[in-house]
Design a binder for this molecule. Structure first.
Ligand SMILES: [Zn+2]
Length: 507
């Protein structure tokens, strides 16, 4: 059978997007930019108008991936120069500063009235001194210590700050300087004084020298990602959003690859999600040619999905139209591998509107598929970001496979005739939406307890953009512990039982 124009186009898009030339379309890379240019050109050729920043098709967002040392990280005990990462390192929370000061040994930096213990009681003239604090405990560093509540270094920091230090230097008399311990935070410089961690030997040198010179210079590592946004404005009151992420894993740099080989390889991401991106372009073409539109349409190719729904999260938080004016959001993530025998198609989020079921029954080519639905609006793709704004969503997915997040997710394994059927299904559904008034929204019970990306044991969906201490909650799953405890979106979690939640990356 001859290929239809749509099938040919789908194949052409995936051929380019999943080629080795684009090296796996990693968010923030030049390859992501090249992919975004391709999508922009396709939209523009079809006649779709730009819907991004400043009249362009692009919407950029930044994300902090960590930090690195600048050139000026130094420490001197008296005149003795110490070595970065061997004798000392600055904590991610440290302010950048250069200073000289007098050392004040503040013991364990603990005030524990219940144990009648206070390291600060015997100190005077504390203001402006550089505090040296031992992170061990007065009765030894073990789980049954009377002082265990004071163990977290942040607790010592809070106590010490009451005595106005000009800087704080931590060490742990029980262990050597473990270089990685306090370095893995992407949220930088929350304190307004320098904070260092030193080895026990360095601490002794500082004590005997009595004087210290230090300089902290930490630089943020950040990436800039970009969504590609196109619009068809029919001057309607309501809008339908159709989206698919176009980013993938690059060479697996950020760690969500399931490939275990030694040699780095390009993750082409043909199914995940060049397939959805191709479907997005072809849907925009069909909808552009539609003679009886009732709604406005926004087409978004998201970036940053693989790093935690970054692009869609940014998009929903920066929308220029109210969420209540959006009829629904249709998402496609991995729609290229429809099984040629079973024709099994996953449609997730059918519980997000009371209207989905009856609308889906009217879709012309529905009987071609064996449709598997789930209710929940929360899942591991970009539709979750929209569901969290009380927007009805559907997520289309032809199923997972053994090439998922591996370099072997290649174009040869795609079923383009099947993908065209998926595109037609979604287009038919859009036509039905066009004949109907704006649909209603309903909240769903969470069904994604086993979803790896969201650790939903507590039933919270974290805000990946939040940079303060703790975790800010973006959404709560009904009936989960967080919901039962009365948590709301916007709450910040600092502590889970006795475990201190330092930030997103500790969650
Ligand atoms: Zn994906």
């Amino acid at each position: 059978m001859a290929q239809s124009p749509t099938e040919k186009n789908l194949k052409a898009h995936v051929t380019y997007l999943a080629s080795d030339k684009l090296e796996g379309r990693l968010t923030g890379s030049k390859n992501e930019v090249e992919a975004s240019v391709y999508i922009r050109k396709q939209f523009a050729e079809i006649g779709i108008k730009p819907g991004g920043d400043l009249g362009t098709f692009y919407q950029t967002f930044t994300f902090h991936t960590g930090y690195r040392y600048g050139k000026k990280n130094t420490l001197k005990a008296g005149r003795k120069k110490l070595e970065l990462d061997k004798d000392f390192y600055p904590l991610a929370y440290s302010a950048n500063a250069k200073m000289d000061g007098e050392i004040l040994f503040a013991g364990f930096g603990i005030q524990s009235p219940e144990n009648n213990y206070d390291d600060f009681a015997k100190l005077s003239n504390t203001e402006g001194k550089v505090f040296l604090i031992d992170l061990s405990l007065p009765d030894g560093n073990h789980p049954h210590s009377k002082y265990i509540d004071n163990k977290p270094w942040k607790k010592r920091l809070e106590t010490a700050k009451k005595y106005k230090p000009s800087a704080i230097i931590f060490f742990n008399s029980d262990e050597d300087l473990t270089v990685e311990a306090y370095k893995k935070y992407h949220n930088l410089q929350q304190e307004n004084i320098p904070i260092l961690h030193v080895s026990p030997e360095t601490a002794e040198k500082l004590k005997s020298a009595g004087k210290v010179s230090l300089s902290v210079d930490l630089q943020k590592d950040e990436i800039i990602g970009r969504n590609v946004v196109g619009v068809i404005n029919n001057k309607s009151a309501n809008t339908i959003i159709i989206g698919a992420h176009y980013d993938h894993l690059g060479f697996g740099e950020y760690g969500s690859s399931l490939y275990t080989g030694k040699i780095q390889q390009i993750h082409n991401g043909a199914d995940d999600n060049a397939s959805g991106t191709a479907a997005l372009i072809e849907l925009s073409r069909k909808i552009f040619e539609d003679k009886n539109p009732q709604y406005n349409y926004i087409f978004v190719a998201f970036s940053g999905e693989e790093l935690g729904l970054l692009g869609s999260n940014y998009f929903v938080k920066n929308m220029t139209i109210p969420a209540s004016d959006i009829n629904c959001m249709l998402n496609m993530d991995m729609v290229g591998r429809l099984d040629s025998v079973s024709h099994e198609l996953g449609i997730y989020g059918v519980g997000t509107s009371p209207d989905w079921e009856k609308l889906m029954k009217q879709v012309k080519n529905k009987d071609y598929f064996k449709i598997k639905t789930t209710e929940s609006g929360i899942g591991n793709s970009d539709h979750s970001s929209f569901y969290m704004k009380d927007i009805p969503v559907l997520h289309f997915f032809t199923g997972t496979h053994q090439d998922y997040h591996k370099p072997s997710d290649d174009i040869e394994k795609l079923n383009f005739a099947g993908e065209e059927m998926v595109v037609n299904y979604i287009y038919n559904l859009v036509e039905i939406l066009n004949r109907n008034p704006k649909i209603g929204f309903s909240k769903t019970k969470d069904q994604t307890a086993s979803t790896p990306r969201f650790k939903v044991t507590l039933g919270i969906v974290p805000d990946y953009f939040y940079e303060g201490a703790g975790i800010r909650v973006d959404g709560i799953s009904p009936e989960k512990p967080a919901d039962k405890a009365g948590m709301k979106a916007g709450d910040v979690v600092m502590k889970i039982n006795d475990y201190e939640v330092k930030d997103m990356h500790n969650y």
